[in-house]
Design a protein around this ligand. Sequence first.
Ligand SMILES: [Zn+2]
Length: 129
Amino acid sequence: MACVETWGELLFDLHCLTKGSAKKTFRQGIRYSFGGLCAYCRCKRATTLDHVRAKCKGGSNLRSNLIPACQECNHSKGSESWLLWYQQQEFYCEVAKELIEEWIANKRYDEELDGTNDRTEVRLKPCSI
Ligand SMILES: [Zn+2]
């Protein structure tokens, strides 16, 4: 398996020996997956990970729900629906939208493959905002 859904999997498969390094490797892998650039505007360095579906709207911490984003895009999007927000941006691009949709779809593909996702289960937290 080339891609992992949670930092916990890196720990589980002993790619990483500590929780801290597994988290770091996991987040870095996502950050550089769009060439190190923000997946939305694609002109700034991705310094944050955006929850495609906001946590307070039930979004998970799984890889497929985390997209590399620059500070500006992450902040501007907030907890809005990513597609609605993205389509209103002047840097909107059809191809980039498809890439993001493929990224999100990766999760569904994995679930169909093994049927169980007990290792990737994330408890939903109430909105903290
Ligand atoms: Zn951006």
